[in-house]
Design a protein around this ligand. Structure first.
Ligand code: NDP
Ligand code: 8X3
Length: 256
């Protein structure tokens, strides 16, 4: 497929104010798509607009935990951005790394509201148009945490397992249409993810990536773009990606 594979396509990116979403918005724009870049931080969206200066970029404030915010978005889109055919369902976060019996319940609620409820709301809002036009890509950001449990991953990993299974179930419902769905499942990537998880503790976040050539946000966007560029008859169901310096450990055993 040509380098301008995305020309004429309209992409909606959630969580485009940093990390994977911002990198993907940049890639989609460079590939020729019209891009609706969304997030809560207005100043980040404004910075993106003034840096990229493109008529194909529209930035909109959006909080995926608010059904009103999502409901207001689609009717507000100008005609050139209405017929969304790429949904990059990326807004999400981990909060805390405490054991389940010590974790803050409000952190759990925020992760579920954002990673699960926000993602399904976005999907439900955008999917009917894709089905009506019989074209589209839904790319959902899950995680290796969907498949591999780790201490303190509790609710975060469970939200990402939901995203993976929801993606597979969408495939079942969309059979007979040309709409594709992919669950992207990255491992360690150096974004603002850990600063958010550790609630602004930059030193704790830096420790996560110390000595590791972690993936960058653009590495993940590169992989996502390569999936979107595949011929239209191919659907990548799930895609796990890790830095070479990350792998698996043995089962933990309590020997008393
Ligand atoms: P970042 O913290 O850099 O980016 C997260 C983005 O999500 C921000 O743009 C943030 O924007 C947005 N966001 C958070 N809450 C909301 C909300 N309520 N409404 C709208 N947007 C929201 O992290 P990453 O780029 O690393 O993470 C992106 C996704 O990838 C997440 O779903 C994460 O779980 C997943 N992931 C990350 C991995 C990693 O190692 N980095 C690995 C595997 C998966 P704003 O605050 O402006 O709203
Ligand atoms: C982010 C990767 O391993 O911190 O989803 O859960 S991990």
């Amino acid at each position: 497929m040509s380098d301008n594979w995305a020309e004429g396509r309209i992409a909606l990116v959630t969580g485009a104010t940093s990390g994977f979403g911002e990198a993907m918005a940049r890639r989609l724009l460079a590939a020729g798509a019209h891009v609706i870049a969304t997030g809560r931080r207005a100043e980040r969206l404004a910075a993106l607009t003034s840096e990229l200066k493109s008529e194909r970029l529209l930035t909109c404030e959006l909080d995926v935990t608010s059904s009103a915010s999502i409901a207001a978005l689609l009717p507000s889109l100008p005609p050139a951005f209405t017929d969304i055919d790429i949904l990059y369902n990326n807004a999400g976060l981990a909060l805390g790394l405490s054991k389940a019996h010590e974790a803050d319940i409000s952190d759990w609620e925020t992760m579920i509201d954002t990673n699960v409820t926000g993602l399904v709301r976005m999907t439900r809002a955008v999917l009917p148009g894709m089905v009506a036009r019989d074209r589209g890509d839904v790319m959902n950001l899950s995680s290796v945490a969907a498949s591999y449990p780790y201490p303190g991953g509790n609710t975060y990993g469970a939200t990402k397992a939901f995203v993976r299974q929801f993606s597979l179930n969408l495939r079942a419902d969309l059979l007979g249409t040309k709409v594709r769905v992919t669950s992207i499942e990255p491992g360690m990537a150096d974004t603002e993810f850990s600063v958010v998880r550790f609630k602004g503790d930059q030193a704790a976040a830096d420790k996560v990536y110390a000595g590791v050539h972690a993936m960058s946000a653009d590495d993940v966007a590169l992989v996502c773009e390569s999936v979107l560029k595949l011929p239209a008859h191919i659907n990548v169901n799930t895609l796990e990606i890790m830095p070479v310096q990350q792998a698996f450990g043995p089962f933990a055993v309590d020997r008393g």
